[in-house]
Design a protein around this ligand. Structure first.
Ligand SMILES: [Zn+2]
Length: 139
């Protein structure tokens, strides 16, 4: 399998929250608005119905198992005052999904394209029927 864009390049671009295809544009317009398509290369970032479930699952998983569960364990084990861990958990459950939203998208795109690198335009063959790009918007 000969890829123009290696998995290392895809990994690096997604860590920087950049388009995995061109690496030129960020993935988001503002903190909570993800581009539908990359403004530089035209690759669809939101690939269709249900594609947003991936970032939601990543966001939920990291916050529930990486933040709230450890806080609750610390609270129930009396390592920290329980009322303090409860308040921190409630605040975290509201604030962290918003703070982590663009990173969840970046991680989701990284996982997706690391598993399916040939889905990227740069890795597609010449005769590929590519429905994921709007050719008129490509530069
Ligand atoms: Zn791009």
């Amino acid at each position: 399998m000969d890829l123009k864009l290696s998995r290392a390049t895809i990994f690096e671009r997604c860590l920087k929250a950049r388009c995995p295809n061109c690496g030129q544009s960020k993935l988001y317009k503002s903190w909570i608005l993800i581009y539908e398509k990359c403004p530089c290369c035209g690759m669809l970032i939101k690939r269709g119905n249900g594609f947003f479930i991936g970032p939601i699952c990543i966001n939920y998983g990291i916050i529930a198992f990486g933040v709230i569960s450890p806080l609750m364990i610390l609270g129930f084990s009396a390592t920290l005052p329980f009322h303090w861990t409860l308040v921190m958990s409630i605040l975290a459950s509201f604030a962290l999904p918003i703070l982590f939203y663009p990173f969840a998208w970046s991680i989701w795109l990284m996982l997706y394209y690391l598993c399916l690198p040939k889905e990227l335009y740069e890795n597609r063959s010449e005769n590929s029927d590519d429905l994921l790009f709007d050719e008129d918007e490509r530069l």
